[in-house]
Design a protein around this ligand. Structure first.
Ligand code: FAD
Ligand code: NDP
Length: 514
């Protein structure tokens, strides 16, 4: 009995004096804060608010370094300011342009040829919305008693962060630190890239219309930007270095490219940029090269680089914290968001080999705060996270690509169900349905556990979001076939699957109501 009491006493002393690994909230003897979060974006803010709600004393540092052309923004991180939100609004603007043309066929007496789009009005509306979100975020932090510090955090040592604010210098100590600094777009190492090029950090607030635009990179950002720019009426050309949407199911990725080509986006396959320079007329001359080293050039108004993002760990003087970064990039390889330094954690885009998505950063941040201050033991599950590429015809996906499923389980052990379909909304405007396609990858045996769901069509994000919850509940093909659809919707098509690729049967659209 005495021994047990002694051990308990010793443990409680350790907690007080050295502030060790996660536990329920125990105030740290010497540190000023329970948690200091570096980065006020999706992940950092979610963790900070949750931690404060659980009684922790929390400070969040957020600072935005302006882009080479001087673009800067307010509190809230990438998603709100230069990511998901402005992107979705511009995607919506482009879809509305299409809808105006459709509307005429539905009896609206419009003259689409006389309808023009104003980039300035769209940009002002988007920026106005962003400013209001920045403001609401600040008020929310104040109400929730999270201290917001508008300064760039840099580690001085593993227990101390230094920052310079407009009000003066600050040094902060904390029991735990959370690195949530996210990333910023990369520029290629070619002449003129930084001087004349822009990135997604600039496009949503560009003061003048982008005009004829070259987009370098065919990942999420490249394709989404090319999609909405074309939809708004600008010429758009995409340079693809190798394959489109690396990591995604390639059959679906190629359908997306084909659909965008039908909408007028040009693609230059297997090409990399060589240089950007000012042409005589003040526009931009870009030289690029194909895989056979043949050179091409053209003149553009805007050159947008969308070649991936780098984590902002170097700027954080991370070496002084003792946190190790992955050798092949500057990201943090953390296990359950805990770095190699036990009291320093990381969430969001700064993490190595984790999906760079807002809901991922938010969920991981919240769960971490609950583990640190709420006694929770629940960890983030990074598998089967649904996502959508917001191209003109969207591509929503959850789970494995066909390639990965084959690699993991062997071709003989998986079944691929697929179908082309015809959205009811497309009938009257007689819109092309050749790319409205869905695919479900499943195990072949038994009830056929679903491994991956892929959907190209309008509102694909909305469709896949619901099915992703079903996937969490171990969805099977039997279950999908037993589900009664909602008619007439496009999501219903996923309950009507019956044709396997192996059968060789024609997956063309089924009759409307049979
Ligand atoms: P961020 O949101 O980037 O926040 C990090 C913050 O920390 C920033 O404000 C940064 O300035 C600040 N900071 C950095 N270093 C310091 C420092 N030393 N001191 C103080 N502050 C610092 N995801 C989706 O889920 N859906 C989408 O549709 C989507 N669209 C996107 C479109 C674009 C164009 C881009 C670029 C991204 C998109 N994303 C989307 C990804 C999403 O924005 C990110 O996954 C998400 O913002 C990551 O959150 P985070 O908290 O890790 O970092
Ligand atoms: P990605 O990594 O998705 O794509 C980068 C693209 O640039 C690839 O096509 C790549 O080609 C190409 N590339 C890389 N280096 C060069 C180079 N030197 N020259 C030419 N091309 C090059 O990055 P993104 O910037 O598009 O997106 C970053 C992340 O942001 C995404 O992973 C995603 O998680 C998130 N995001 C999410 C969105 C959503 O949810 N809808 C939307 C936008 C972003 P290669 O394949 O050959 O390497």
């Amino acid at each position: 009995m005495w021994l047990q009491i002694k051990i308990l006493l010793m443990l409680s002393n350790v907690q007080k004096d050295t502030c060790p690994v996660p536990q329920k909230l125990v105030k740290c003897a010497n540190a000023e804060y329970d948690l200091v979060v570096i980065g006020g974006g999706s992940g950092g803010l979610a963790a900070a608010k949750e931690a404060t709600a659980l009684g922790a004393k929390v400070a969040v540092l957020d600072y935005v370094t302006p882009t080479p052309i001087g673009t800067k923004w307010g509190l809230g991180g990438t998603c709100v300011n230069v990511g998901c939100i402005p992107k979705k609004l511009m995607h919506q603007a482009a879809l509305l342009g299409e809808a105006i043309h459709d509307a005429k066929t539905y009896g609206w007496e419009l003259e689409p040829e006389n309808i023009h789009h104003s980039w300035e009005s769209l940009k002002d509306a988007v920026q106005g919305h962003i400013k209001s979100v920045n403001w609401v975020t600040r008020v929310e932090l104040r109400d929730k008693k999270v201290e917001y510090i508008n300064g760039q955090g840099k580690f001085v040592d593993p227990h101390t962060i230094h920052t310079q604010t407009k009000q003066g210098e600050r040094t902060l100590t904390a029991k735990y630190f959370l690195i949530a600094v996210g990333g910023r777009p990369r520029y290629p190492d070619i002449p003129g890239a930084v001087e004349y090029g822009i990135t997604s950090d600039d496009i949503f607030s560009l003061p003048k219309p982008p005009g004829k635009t070259l987009i370098v990179g065919a990942g999420y950002i490249g394709l989404e930007c090319a999609g909405f720019l074309r939809g708004l009426g600008y010429e758009a050309t995409v340079l693809i270095r190798s394959i489109p949407l690396r990591g995604f199911d390639q059959q679906m990725a190629n359908l997306i490219v084909a659909e965008m080509e039908d909408k007028g986006v040009k693609f230059e396959h297997r090409c990399i940029p060589k240089s950007v320079e000012k042409a005589d007329d003040g526009r931009l001359k870009v030289v690029w090269q194909n895989e056979h080293s043949e050179e091409f050039s053209d003149i553009f108004d805007t050159v947008l680089f969308a070649i991936g993002r780098r984590a902002l760990t170097k700027e954080l003087d991370i070496d002084k914290s003792g946190v190790k970064v992955a050798p092949d990039n500057e990201k943090i390889d953390a296990e359950n968001e805990q770095t190699n330094v036990p009291h320093i954690f990381a969430v969001g885009d700064v993490l190595y080999k984790k999906p760079e998505l807002t809901p991922v950063a938010i969920h991981a941040g919240r769960l971490l705060a609950r583990r640190l201050f709420g006694g929770s033991t629940i960890h983030m599950d990074y598998d089967n996270v649904a996502t959508t590429v917001f191209t003109p015809l969207e591509y929503g996906v959850v789970g494995l690509s066909e390639e990965t499923a084959i690699e993991r389980f062997g071709e003989d052990n998986i079944e691929v169900y697929h179908a082309y379909y015809k959205p009811t909304e497309f009938f009257i405007p007689q819109k092309s349905i050749v790319h409205c396609y869905l695919k479900v990858v499943a195990m072949r045996e038994g009830d056929q556990k679903v491994l991956g769901m892929h959907f190209i069509g309008p509102q694909a994000g909305e469709v896949i979001q619901g099915f992703s919850a079903a996937m969490k509940c171990k969805l099977t093909i039997k279950c999908m076939m037993d589900t009664v659809g909602i008619h007439p919707t496009i999501a219903e098509e996923l309950t009507r699957i019956k044709i396997t690729r192996r059968s060789g049967l024609d997956p063309s659209p089924q009759a409307c109501c049979s």
